[in-house]
Design a binder for this molecule. Structure first.
Ligand code: UDP
Length: 314
């Protein structure tokens, strides 16, 4: 029969991969997106599917769904620093009002709810690697706070519904993820570096490039998220690839894999840019047996192919 699943941000980067994975298992998917950072072309191949329906809607406004739902997956959010700095209020609204609306739907339908949370709840972490118990180091009024604090409040709302209304919930704290369906100009490091290298432009390393991130390929992430949903585990879980690289190492690897002769160009570091980030994934590993399988090199190669194809059509 398959489950009935509402996914917000379903035409976005991660949401679109989840839509495809759910349809291929036989689930029914109601995809909601306002196309601020999502795109119809990300779900083009889902559109003809008989179990797929699409609604253009901004989830920070209330939404009504007919019939039953088994799962509500809340992925709608601007997630790239460049874009949330440009739209801080919209970012806060999808984290606060959007999460509230989705929890209301999950409560009414008796559905299991998943919050797409973020490693940004740890801010510029004073503890490394970051376990779920770490409470974080976030500037509550800084430029990034529209994202960090709205996701922290979204987690608080999620667990308030869990405690007060007994809604079955889960939250995944997603660490840096990359792959096909990122936007060409979303400003995130992997898409920026690949697009710059493919265009023969200078690759813009912010700061000294000694800051670190840990990069997870989107297929690994989607598989992990679906594994979490099959459990009844409620507390937040880190999800990401614990292999950590400096941003300069990433820039050099992208130049090698694209065969680009691009030089690196050093630019100022954005405000409150975290110095180090690496997930402790022992909880999700022991709960679901999940761990990432795609190496950075393989994932980058697949992503480079995607962007090559995309840029050739522009
Ligand atoms: N970054 C960079 N050059 C770029 C884009 C990003 O050096 O063109 C750096 C950014 O300062 C940060 C890291 O890459 O240290 C990851 O940035 P991203 O925007 O992808 O996400 P974040 O992890 O900061 O949320």
């Amino acid at each position: 029969m398959g489950r009935k699943i509402l996914i917000t941000g379903g035409a976005g980067f991660i949401g679109s991969h989840l839509c495809r994975a759910l349809l291929s298992r036989g689930d029914h998917v109601l995809c909601v997106d306002n196309y601020i950072t999502g795109a119809r072309e990300n779900i083009e191949d889902c559109l003809p599917h008989e179990n797929f329906s699409l609604r253009e809607h901004d989830i920070s406004e209330p939404m009504y769904v007919k019939g039953g739902l088994d799962w509500v997956l809340h992925f709608a959010s601007i997630a790239s620093p460049k874009e949330y700095l440009a739209y801080p209020i919209k970012t806060l609204k999808s984290g606060l009002l959007g999460t509230h609306n989705c929890l209301g739907i999950a409560k009414e339908k008796g559905a299991r709810f998943l919050l797409a949370s973020t490693s940004e709840v740890y801010g510029d972490p004073a503890r490394h690697p970051q376990p779920e118990e770490y409470w974080g180091n976030v500037n509550p009024i800084g430029e990034r706070s529209c994202y960090d604090e709205s996701k922290r409040a979204a987690e608080a709302l999620t667990y308030a519904y869990y405690r007060q209304h007994k809604v079955q919930v889960s939250a995944v704290r997603i660490f840096n993820t990359y792959g096909p369906h990122m936007q060409v100009d979303d400003g995130r490091v992997v898409s920026n570096f690949i697009v710059q290298a493919l265009r023969g432009q200078k690759v813009t390393v912010y700061g000294k490039g000694s800051q670190t991130r840990s990069f997870c390929y989107v297929d690994d992430l989607a598989r992990g998220i679906l594994a979490v949903m099959e459990t009844e585990y409620a507390p937040p879980l880190n999800i990401g690839n614990p292999q950590e690289y400096t941003i300069e190492e990433l820039a050099r690897q992208v130049c090698v894999l694209t065969g680009s002769g691009s030089a690196l160009e050093y630019a100022p570091l954005p405000a409150d840019d975290p110095v180090r980030r690496r997930p402790d994934i022992s909880k999700i590993q022991s709960l679901c047996g999940w761990q990432p399988e795609v190496s950075l090199q393989d994932g980058l190669q697949r992503t480079i192919e995607y962007f090559k194809n995309k840029l050739s059509k522009r």
